[in-house]
Design a protein around this ligand. Structure first.
Ligand SMILES: NC(=O)c1ccc[n+]([C@@H]2O[C@H](COP(=O)([O-])OP(=O)(O)OC[C@H]3O[C@@H](n4cnc5c(N)ncnc54)[C@H](OP(=O)(O)O)[C@@H]3O)[C@@H](O)[C@H]2O)c1
Length: 267
């Protein structure tokens, strides 16, 4: 596995195995994105409500990346008209299509079939190659599929050794849905955990690199965010080592359904 590796989506399209998160990357966004592309980050994750889309577009243009050099994920909000919001996001980014559009969160009532129909239309009109969801439980995904017949390619959720749910992973695998891991570094709140540090020391790697590698080896797709240059560099230097079975077991045992939001919305 390396930075050019791809995961297969059920539509036949492919997605990179990791990407850059950009929530709160509102300082020097263009410079950071241009640097990430220089470092060969293959994917960028954003949302209509992050305020980072214009800076991401500027970073892409500054770097001179071709459209095929990067995979772009963005999201519509639960109160949006999904089709119109997709067009607005693309305008802010200065792109003619996204690779993946997500419903950011399920609306308070029901699975969001109206939003989903808007994204299906956006996909059919070529505004995005694939469509998916974020923060969805298994029940909500089942309800969305039942209402529309369309299976999301991705569910983007908070996911780390400290907070994850294998029942959701099994449900996703059974439906051919790939899990993207947000807050994969626990927003830096658990990086000093001694069990994590011990595994890192064994491999000559940092706690953040262990967390990213855990996702890569488990088939979930991490989206670590980093403003700092040294963090950007460290977080993609994860392809030259492998966690062993003991490490993976120790990491699974850290699960306490931890969430930087308070509770994991999908459990
Ligand atoms: N769909 C959703 O509802 C949802 C929700 C939350 C997040 N997300 C997505 O997932 C992305 C990642 O999640 P996140 O931003 O919440 O948190 P995260 O990636 O878990 O953590 C980011 C924090 O970790 C620090 N950091 C990065 N690399 C590090 C390293 N190697 N060593 C030590 N500290 C390091 C960053 O510092 P610096 O920035 O100072 O470098 C930042 O403070 C978001 O940016 C967003 O794209 C989606």
């Amino acid at each position: 596995m390396d930075l050019t590796s791809r995961v297969q989506l059920h539509t036949g399209n492919e997605m990179p195995v990791m990407g850059l998160g950009t929530w709160q990357l509102t300082t020097n966004t263009a410079e950071t994105v241009a640097r990430a592309l220089e470092l060969r980050y293959p994917m960028i994750d954003t949302s209509g409500d992050y305020g980072t889309q214009p800076g991401i577009g500027e970073g892409i243009r500054r770097h001179g990346a071709r459209r095929s050099d990067f995979y772009l994920v963005t999201k519509v909000e639960e109160t949006d008209d999904a089709y119109e919001a997709t067009k607005k996001n693309l305008e802010e980014l200065g792109l003619d299509h996204a690779d993946l559009m997500l419903i950011h969160r399920p609306p308070s009532s029901g699975p969001g079939d109206e939003l989903w129909r808007g994204l299906i239309r956006a996909r059919d009109d070529g505004l995005t190659r694939d469509i998916g969801v974020s923060n969805y439980s298994s029940d909500l995904i089942d309800a969305l599929i039942e209402a529309t017949g369309e299976v999301p390619v991705v569910n983007q959720i908070e996911w780390s050794p400290f907070g994850h749910d294998m029942a959701l992973k099994h449900h996703s695998d059974a439906n051919g849905i790939v899990l993207q891991a947000y807050s994969p570094l626990t927003r830096a709140s658990r990086l000093d955990d001694h069990r994590l540090r011990d595994i890192g020391e064994k491999h000559g790697k940092s706690p953040a690199q262990v967390l990213i590698r855990w996702n890569l080896q488990r088939g979930t797709v991490p989206l670590p965010k980093a403003n700092r240059k040294e963090h950007l560099e460290e977080n993609i230097d994860v392809f030259g080592f492998a966690l062993d079975e003991d490490d993976l077991r120790t990491l699974e045992d850290l699960n306490e359904h931890y969430s930087s939001l308070g509770t994991l919305p999908y459990v």
